[in-house]
Ligand binder design. Structure first.
Ligand SMILES: *Cc1c(COP(=O)(O)O)cnc(C)c1O
Length: 357
């Protein structure tokens, strides 16, 4: 008998979410962001599921990009941070993989390459996030330098928003980016998921949705279902033991939870070594055989406990959804002081992953 835990990925939900995003957005093209193994959903499965829908794919490392090419993905692929050394710039040319260019160093790597096949480049502007990119006033010179290289063909100008999901909004960054973008004559790519759902003025030529494809809301005040999305990931594990508590009995390490009335609790075969956040608070939502309940006590390495007091039918063998369609990942994240993105990416390799087509 194998340990009763599994990560299920519903590929039709990813397709649904892509179509919903398309219908909400005015961007001419949508590149599906599949970095971090498609936010834990499996980069190959996800790309294949979207192969007839997405206009392109965006990710981080060239190894994944090459895997997509070798799996028969023919759409454009863009590396969001561009090459990390000169050899990668050459490999991008060989595999027809585009990439962001955010530094003079990267331009120098391109210049060292053979010019047999130019690399498609996206000029990356730093419009206020201050991670990567040329400042707006540096952009014309960087673009001129790129355009003088036979090794590069610059098609697109891009930037990334720090606050598209919150009340600060995108106006400040957009006002820095938009004039430079317009003057460049290049295709424009700025919108992440939050901007695609909330800031239509930024949609431009290439939208870059990530989190919404996986069915989670980028906004603090909603969950995926509220904005027409279907959660594509379900982490579930079974109850392997039941305990009855009397008032004053505690659960787990540190006695973080102490019963103040008689209780029944279920011990679930999932812990922080599986990627469930140890920091999740009492009451973090779960669904036991589809019924809402909550976490009790501190999460252990391999187990956690849930309240069964109001669920007399539940017992050993009951399936507990830790997050998924019946236990929104956004709420589990909020109960853990983080965001859905981090939970999706953190599911451990020891959890078997099953993709439903
Ligand atoms: C991750 C990423 C995205 C997608 O962000 P979401 O919030 O998941 O939509 C878009 N653009 C860039 C540059 C990124 O790094």
């Amino acid at each position: 008998m194998t340990r009763p835990i599994r990560l299920e990925i519903d590929l039709p939900s990813i397709r649904h979410n892509f179509k919903t995003t398309r219908s909400r957005s005015q961007a001419r093209h949508l590149f599906a962001v599949v970095k971090a193994d498609a936010y834990g959903h499996g980069v190959l499965d996800t790309a294949k599921a979207l192969a007839d829908l997405a206009d392109g794919f965006a990710l981080l490392n060239i190894e994944d990009a090459v895997r997509l090419r070798e799996a028969g993905i023919t759409q454009p692929i863009a590396l969001l941070e561009g090459p990390f050394d000169a050899a990668e710039a050459e490999a991008m040319a060989a595999y027809r993989i585009a990439g962001a260019i955010h530094s003079q160093q990267q331009i120098a790597w391109l210049a060292k390459g053979s010019a047999k096949q130019p690399v498609e480049t996206w000029l990356k502007l730093n419009s206020g996030m201050n991670r990567l990119g040329f400042r707006p006033e540096e952009a014309p010179e960087a673009l001129a330098r790129l355009q003088s290289l036979p090794q590069a063909k610059t098609t697109t100008i891009m930037t990334h928003f720090a606050t598209a999901d919150d009340d600060y909004g995108v106006a400040e960054q957009w006002s820095r980016f938009a004039p430079v973008a317009a003057a460049s004559g290049l295709a424009v790519s700025a919108a992440n998921s939050a901007a695609l759902f909330r800031h239509p003025q930024t949609h431009g030529d290439v939208g870059r949705p990530g989190i919404v494809l996986y069915g989670a809301s980028p906004f603090e005040d909603s969950v995926g279902a509220d904005i027409g999305l279907k959660p594509a990931m379900a982490l579930s594990a079974d109850i392997i033991a039941v305990q009855r508590l009397q008032p004053g009995d505690a659960v787990g390490y540190g006695r973080r939870f102490v019963a103040d009335q008689p209780m029944r609790i279920g011990i679930v075969a999932c812990g922080y070594a599986d990627g469930y956040p140890r920091i999740a608070g009492n009451g973090a939502p779960v669904a036991v055989d589809g019924q809402a309940s909550g976490l009790v006590g501190r999460v252990s390495m391999d187990m956690l406990a849930v309240d069964l007091s109001h669920l007399p039918q539940a017992g050993v063998g009951s399936r507990v959804e830790l997050w998924g369609p019946n236990a929104p990942i956004e709420r589990v994240a909020a109960a853990s002081g983080t965001i859905s993105y981090e939970l999706m990416c953190a599911v451990a390799p020891r959890v078997p992953r099953i993709a439903h087509g």
